[in-house]
Write a protein that binds this ligand. Structure first.
Ligand code: NAP
Length: 513
């Protein structure tokens, strides 16, 4: 049964088989201090689909003190009872067998207040309500359009809700370029200082991403080879099968570069490429990530056509059957890209000459997020030709679906018949290895905010450095007046994306079985 409730500190160990080896894991689920989690945008898609279920799961694990409150805020005229009904449905969607007693206990933590971020009415009463639990850590989660961030922060400041142990969580996107990101960050900083500001990138809360740190820095095996001398190239792919659907309006102002590359994919690149931090202290890790972002080779207008590909899907097929093109979904012509491929380079000693191929898109054939690190070929083959070709070692970190790690090795094909080489993966699916259900990234990240641990959140200077690299590419695309290359829904993007990597003698990873 997923998420069985256990008394704090008495979580059982699980044992599972990993290729015949038994692995034991013990979940550590220490209770966090009592908190008030205020979700602005409490009726929105993110809150209903992700944040409320995430809190329920942590509650079921015994991590949430019953003096805590989860308070949904939106303009809709709901009350505690009607919002609890919404929350109940949200939980039952992810755990249809949720025990009634536990569900009721969770719903008892939930409240709702109707407030408009742009109007004054109701804010004094809300501040009084928050003041009823002065000792609770206060987390203000801005799960609204970023255009409301400044108004909401000003209201929180006016009512002194930013004082004491108060924290604000900002959802992406933080701006649409460096200038607009600076403006949001400056305005938020008038009310919350940097140590109180948590810019969330849920990719950093994924098990595989944290595991990348454990793999790299917890094993003697990888780090000595983690450099340009031994690594040929790196690929980072975030592929979605869905189109833009009802989010077409939002997406058209954003596009794949702002929605995925500038934040999620660059954050993943940082985790792969950073130098070993001296510790897991928040600034130790973030300082190293920042150095990577600052070392990214700028892609100016002259290099943009060679190093980048942007595409937009046309009608085609997906798992749902035949699907319309982007412009048909949107209802008007558009130059917004739904696909991007980029060859990025990091100009430092460790990575000089190692290309990082980044790729993301909507309406691709598979929902897949992965990092593929390909090692160089061995310098000389001692094997006869009929032993078969030597393949390169590859480390594949899968973020979704089925989080896990695969290390491709060459071995001898078992049995008689001479020495034949075979390429096989050491394959670890976290779910298979450790059983149970992996926590969603939001579960980890929201509790990190309560604990006051910003290691897995983006610092302001990181966001700025990412925009400094992305802005010239976006400008070059706009100035070129070129339309995005069309690709048929259900394919891996425009053929130019294949050419981008094949020009260098490599291919996009397709070994996902
Ligand atoms: P959404 O479904 O459009 O929800 C917006 C929420 O904001 C609603 O609860 C809405 O309720 C409330 N709201 C709107 N105007 C308001 C106002 N003036 N005062 C107070 N509340 C107001 O948006 P979403 O998809 O949940 O996304 C929220 C944020 O998370 C966005 O920044 C988005 O980019 C980001 N994000 C979303 C996802 C996702 O999967 N959905 C993923 C990553 C990031 P009322 O209309 O009743 O006020």
């Amino acid at each position: 049964m997923p998420y069985a409730a256990h008394p704090v500190g008495t979580h059982p160990s699980t044992t599972a088989s990993l290729g015949g080896i038994h692995v034991s894991s013990s979940a550590s689920s220490l209770q966090v201090e009592a908190f008030d989690l205020v979700i602005f945008g409490g009726t929105g898609d993110l809150a209903i689909r992700k944040l409320l279920p995430a809190m329920y799961h942590r509650f079921a694990e015994g991590q949430i003190d019953r003096a805590s409150r989860i308070i949904g805020i939106a303009r809709a005229e709901l009350n505690d009872a009607s919002y609890r009904k919404i929350a109940r449905e949200a939980v039952l969607k992810v755990d249809k067998n949720a025990p009634e007693q536990r569900l009721e206990a969770f719903l008892a933590l939930i409240h709702y207040r109707s407030l408009d971020g742009r109007k004054d009415a109701g804010w004094s009463e809300f501040a009084k309500f928050i003041g009823e639990k002065p000792d609770n850590v206060r987390v203000f989660y801005l799960s609204t359009s970023p255009s409301l961030f400044v108004d909401l922060c000003q209201k929180l400041g006016k009512h002194k809700l930013n004082e004491g142990r108060a924290r604000v969580v900002l959802e992406k996107p933080i701006g649409t370029d460096l200038g607009s990101a600076d403006k949001i960050n400056d305005d938020v900083a008038q009310v919350f200082d940097e140590s109180q500001t948590y810019r969330i990138d849920h990719y950093l809360g994924k098990e595989t991403v944290q595991n990348l740190l454990a793999l790299r820095f917890g094993n003697a095996l990888f780090e000595p080879l983690w450099n340009a001398e031994h690594i040929e190239h790196v690929q980072i792919t975030v592929a979605e099968t869905v189109g833009v659907g009802h989010r077409a309006g939002y997406y058209d102002d954003s596009g794949a570069m702002r929605d995925m590359i500038q934040n999620h994919i660059l954050q993943l690149l940082c985790m792969v490429a950073m130098e070993p931090p001296s510790s897991m202290a928040p600034d130790a890790v973030r300082d190293e990530k920042l150095k990577v972002l600052r070392s990214l080779k700028p892609i100016n207008a002259a290099r943009t056509p060679q190093l980048t590909v942007r595409g937009q899907y046309r009608a085609g097929a997906s798992e749902e059957g035949s699907v319309p093109g982007y412009e048909e979904e949107l209802g008007h012509p558009s130059n917004t890209e739904t696909f991007v491929a980029i060859k990025a380079e990091i100009a430092n000693w460790r990575w000089a000459g190692v290309p990082f191929y980044l790729r993301t898109g909507k309406r691709l054939p598979e929902r897949l997020s992965e990092i593929v690190v390909t090692y160089k070929s061995v310098p000389h083959s001692i094997f006869d030709q009929d032993a078969g070709a030597l393949a390169q070692n590859r480390l594949v970190l899968r973020l979704q679906p089925d989080e896990g790690v695969k290390l491709w090795l060459t071995i001898k094909n078992p049995g008689p018949g001479g020495l034949k080489l075979r390429h096989v993966p050491l394959d670890m699916s976290f779910l298979e290895a450790f059983g149970g259900q992996l926590p969603d990234a939001y579960e980890r990240l929201i509790l990190d905010v309560v604990r006051g641990n910003p290691t897995l959140f983006m610092r302001r200077d990181e966001v700025e450095a990412a925009w400094r690299w992305a802005d010239p590419i976006l400008d070059a695309w706009t100035d070129s007046n070129e339309v995005p290359r069309p690709y048929t829904a259900g394919t891996w993007g425009p053929s130019a994306s294949v050419a981008l990597i094949e020009r260098d003698g490599y291919t996009w990873n397709e070994e996902n079985d």
